[in-house]
Structures are given as C-alpha cells and as structure tokens.
Design a protein. Sequence first.
Length: 69
Amino acid sequence: MDKGLFNGVLFLDFKKAFDIVNHSILLRKHEQYEITGQLTLCLKNRKQVGIINNIKSDQESVQCGVPLL
C-alpha cells in the first residue's frame, strides 16, 4: 500500500457451504466408502424444534446441513 499498489482480500465462509448438504446423499457416500462414526450417527434421524416466545414447535426431521460436533 505504501508503494501505491492495489491490495485485495477475499474472505470465504465454508461453514455456510455445509448448510445445503443433503443427508441422504451424504449417507449413501458414507456407505459407499465404508465411513462410520459419530458424524454418520448424527445424520440419521436428526430432529429439530424451534422456540419463539416460549412456544415450542413440533419436532421436524432435518434433511440438510452438517451438525457441528
């Protein structure tokens, strides 16, 4: 910058990229490559609920995204 040259910075958020990972596709890949472990178990039958103003929603299945372990 002192020499008057351009500087550029690029920030990437890879965490967001995993929000759209489809569980059924990922689980098939795990089976194909014989991957087992905690992540595989976390993807099976995942459920979530939401709470707004102390009102809890019904449980729904989670179809996409990778849990943070």
